[in-house]
Design a protein around this ligand. Sequence first.
Ligand SMILES: [Zn+2]
Length: 139
Amino acid sequence: MAKPADTRTAGRKPVAKATRSAAETEKIRAALAARRDELRAEYDQTLSEITELQRDRLTDSAGDDQADTGTKTLEREQEISLANSILERITQVERALERLDEGGYGWCERCGNPIPVERLAAFPSATLCVTCKQLEERR
Ligand SMILES: [Zn+2]
């Protein structure tokens, strides 16, 4: 005689063979959150550097020759593009956190296996497991 638990699961789609434990999901969440905080600190730092460069440019540009002005402009542009790329990475991590809540994050797009927690912590935007990534690069 079938127990109620058996009838409830009957007819359902089979559970994906690869599953992640709640503990692992928490580990990923913690790693992503730590990465986001790190990036935010880096972003704030870069912004204050930009502000400083901006201030330098306004205060001591009087005595500068064109080369100095050019260097400062270049430095400022580099800082701004750095800030933008950090911001982009913050967005990636935030998106990853959202997808993690929905259960759609951390699975290899190619083979469907879970991407190791360590890899996700190092590369929050990773969409392939190491094996598939290597295969991809070899092509
Ligand atoms: Zn894979």
